[in-house]
Design a protein around this ligand. Structure first.
Ligand code: TEU
Length: 566
């Protein structure tokens, strides 16, 4: 694989509204990000992806842009964005923006014009169709519940929105729309943005042919044939010639399409591997079947490692702003803690691919279940609640379901210290802080040599070590001990160099037998990391340090070992 400048990325995703408030309005802002650049540099990351900070009425947390060219006053100004880029650069950190090109806000000037004159210039910026005698044009459903069509006033016209009704889909078939968006993207590149995370980018093209009658959005607007031409043009006219770094939010492509999407000349630099965000212990499908879930997840994980090897690098995430926290998805409540979370961190950092952490992940922030629906903030949550009631659930059942699955769990304010509101704001935060901030916060963990944060720092330092960097970036992932339940173990192999990563996902001790290992003679040259080895997490003298993989290895509950082997 050809080396690229962005391959050394250790990324960190920020949800700005919940990061740090500096202007005392209960909302996080860009100066709040600037204020923590030293913390981020201390952790060792070199790339920040910020969720949208453009002008927005916030029906979908900024994924509904009313003006792509401006910073929402809630977050600051263009000057703040400029300062953020400059201050980050001083610390060796690049800034990625979140680009939401599939739709605008319904408050965007283009859409307001379209409403006034659906047959005019701006009407053709969106997807507007005649209804069928008081019914929407077809049965398409939105990703976020209900019909994907919203009626315009009392006319017989409807506009398409694959997300909420406040997010009308742009008409990507219209060259004028594409020109407008390319201009905007190029202006942000001129501004100093290093690249983009491209939101919902595989939904740009809609299929009004055969799929028209199927309701499911995966059938009519996901990776529709011909989308490649759009993605290619988008790249050629904007970030391609600038060599910018891009991460596509792409779901469900076939392995044969990988090359086209993220190969050497792909549409994007990389795309997310969502494997670890899809498995959820609280999902009834896995009730009482944790072993099976881990096995299924391991298979999917190794499958995507095989698919990518030698062709491309996926972007590895354990958490993002759309999922409950990783601990709650993989472990039972009494299992969530330092050992289980640090072990999961090893998978995030040492599997093949480009790692991105989500804010709060490195200190082990937890879900915060709510006592009432009104405590949630996301319009989508309310939509889902309504759908659950329609399906026959009681209010209590619907709330329990929301508490189980809600993406809002990831959006509680960042917990910086033990002061009021976790140091996030001195005013009432827009969304309530998890009261566990007194125990779980950055300040406490920074000072603690045995904390999760300290372990994350140690992991990132290992990834960056001159003699380890390439094996973790480009090494082949060779699965190990696949017969052993609840273990995800593999070697990373490159030009004769080998690193073994052994993770016990079970709350019990397990023994990895020598004959089960493909390369049993490997001698351990160096213990790179052991989550049981605090304070330095490397404790070479400890009894758990194997001298050779041939001895067989005993892993303690949730133990993770990273070993450099001969
Ligand atoms: O999410 C995208 C999204 O939800 C779909 O693309 C996804 O394929 C589908 O739900 C199946 O899982 C992004 C953002 O991450 C999210 O926060 C936004 O709400 C959404 O786009 C709309 O912009």
């Amino acid at each position: 694989m050809k080396k690229q400048w962005w391959h050394d990325t250790i990324g960190y995703q920020i949800f700005p509204r919940s990061f740090q408030d500096t202007d005392h309005d209960g909302n996080g802002d860009l100066p709040g990000v600037i204020a923590h650049l030293d913390d981020l540099a201390d952790l060792g990351i070199n790339t920040l992806w910020l969720c949208p900070f453009n002008c927005s009425p916030m029906w979908d947390s900024g994924y509904d842009a009313a003006d792509y060219e401006q910073v929402d006053p809630m977050f600051g100004s263009l000057d703040d964005a400029k300062r953020l880029i400059a201050e980050a650069r001083k610390r060796g950190i690049r800034i990625l923006m979140d680009l939401v090109l599939n739709h605008t806000s319904s408050e965007h000037a283009w859409f307001q014009e379209a409403l006034k004159d659906p047959e005019g210039l701006y009407g053709n910026y969106y997807i507007i169709r005649e209804g069928r005698e008081g019914l929407p044009p077809n049965r398409w459903r939105s990703f976020f519940g209900g019909s994907a069509w919203e009626r315009i006033g009392d006319s017989n016209r409807y506009y398409l929105h694959i997300f909420t009704k406040y997010q009308p889909d742009l008409n990507w078939e219209n060259p004028k729309v594409r020109q407008e968006l390319y201009g905007m993207i190029n202006r942000w590149l001129d501004f100093g943005i290093a690249g983009f995370r491209l939101d919902s980018i595989n939904h740009l093209k809609k299929d009004f042919g055969d799929a028209a009658d199927k309701g499911d959005p995966f059938s009519y607007c996901t990776n529709v044939s011909g989308i490649g031409d759009m993605l290619q043009e988008l790249k050629d006219r904007t970030y391609g010639p600038r060599g910018a770094f891009t991460i596509g939010e792409v779901n469900g492509i076939h392995p044969e399409q990988l090359e086209a999407y993220i190969g050497e000349n792909g549409y994007f630099s990389t795309m997310f591997d969502f494997t670890f965000t899809r498995y959820r212990i609280r999902d009834p499908q896995w009730a009482g079947r944790r072993r099976e879930m881990i096995r299924a997840c391991r298979e999917a994980c190794f499958q995507s490692q095989r698919t990518a090897y030698g062709r491309a690098l996926f972007c590895n995430v354990m958490e993002n702003h759309d999922t409950p926290r990783v601990g709650e998805r993989f472990f039972l409540p009494d299992q969530i803690g330092f050992f289980s979370l640090s072990m999961i961190g090893c998978l995030n950092l040492f599997l093949g691919g480009i790692p991105f952490l989500y804010q709060g992940q490195a200190i082990g922030m937890r879900d915060y279940p709510k006592a009432a629906l009104e405590e949630f903030r996301d319009f989508t949550t309310y939509n889902l609640y309504r759908d659950y009631l329609q399906e026959g659930m009681t209010g209590a059942e619907a709330l329990a379901r929301i508490n189980r699955d809600s993406r809002e769990h990831a959006r509680t304010p960042m917990q910086w210290n033990a002061e009021a509101n976790g140091g996030f704001s001195d005013k009432k935060p827009w969304f309530s802080v998890n009261p566990n901030y007194r125990e779980i916060n950055l300040e406490a963990q920074k000072q603690d040599p045995a904390s999760l944060y300290t372990f994350y720092k140690a992991m990132i330092a290992v990834r960056k070590r001159e003699d380890c960097r390439d094996v973790f970036l480009y090494g082949k992932t060779v699965p190990m001990y696949e017969e052993t339940d609840e273990v995800i173990a593999f070697e990373r192999v490159l030009d004769g160099k080998r690193a073994a990563v052994l993770c016990n996902l079970s709350g019990q001790e397990c023994f990895l037998e020598r004959e089960r290992c493909e390369e049993p003679e490997r001698r351990v040259r160096e213990l790179l990391l052991d989550n049981y080895g605090a304070p330095a997490f490397r404790n070479p003298g400890s009894s758990s340090t194997p001298r050779s993989l041939a001895e067989g290895i005993r892993l303690r509950p949730f133990q993770a070992l990273v070993l450099l082997c001969d």
